[in-house]
Design a protein around this ligand. Structure first.
Ligand code: 5GP
Length: 214
């Protein structure tokens, strides 16, 4: 295994329909997994609620976003609900330098794009306990009209279909603690994957032929 095939970093993509609890799971992972970093995406949408610039997202205008596309600063980007979202390439570099775990809280098209560029990335799809429960959670927010909820449910169904067809792991979030332990187990197992473990200190390479038999 030489340096070019070694991927000490773990690029972990978490996707789910909104209301499945993915962001809470991502935050718990960040707290409990050693050497984990969160990929705060760039977006052109406005901040909501308690969101902080530079923490949840980097909020930028369309011109700034376009400059970043031109400078190839995104590992992937997409237009979602009329706004641009992009994951910074710098997070990939930082994870590699730190031999850490980069957590991307993005949608299925973003996850698939990262996998195309980095086939060793690990894609995890978080499922709600049921479609009825997902609808109940959306209604409990009391912020959306019936029409918006209907549209969100249609979008959720399509996101779930694409996620379960193409992601590496599925975590069912019917019990938060169990779902978290499953996620954590995936991280632990993936860190032991061949190609991610640094074997250089073992010095397994054969000595050069001229040294043999001395
Ligand atoms: P929200 O505006 O509700 O925070 O996010 C809307 C959707 O965009 C969510 O599905 C979220 O996962 C996704 N998203 C957030 N950041 C990115 C990103 O950098 N790339 C992609 N492809 N999707 C993103």
């Amino acid at each position: 295994m030489n340096e070019s095939t070694l991927h000490p970093e773990l690029l972990l993509v978490l996707s789910a329909p909104s209301g499945a609890g993915k962001t809470t799971l991502a935050h718990r992972l960040l707290k409990e997994v050693p050497n984990a970093l969160f990929s705060a995406s760039f977006t052109t949408r406005r901040p909501r609620g308690k969101e902080q610039d530079g923490v949840d997202y980097h909020f930028v205008d369309v011109a700034t976003f376009q400059e970043k596309i031109e400078r190839s600063e995104f590992v992937e980007w997409a237009e979602v609900h009329g706004h641009f979202y992009g994951s910074p390439q710098s997070v990939v570099e930082e994870a590699r330098a730190r031999r850490g775990v980069a957590i991307f809280d993005i949608d299925v098209q973003g996850g698939q794009a990262i996998k195309r560029k980095h086939p060793e990335a690990v894609l995890i799809f978080v499922l709600p306990p049921s479609m009825e429960e997902l609808e109940r959670r959306l209604r409990d927010r009391k912020t959306d009209s019936d029409e918006t909820i209907r549209r969100r449910m249609l979008a959720a169904r399509s996101e779930i279909e694409r996620g379960i067809a193409s992601y590496d792991y599925i975590v069912l979030n019917d019990d938060f603690e169990r779902a978290f332990q499953e996620l954590r187990s995936v991280v632990i197992a993936e860190r032991c994957r061949r190609g991610r473990v640094d074997l250089s200190k073992l010095k397994l390479e054969k000595p050069p032929a001229s040294d043999a038999g001395r």
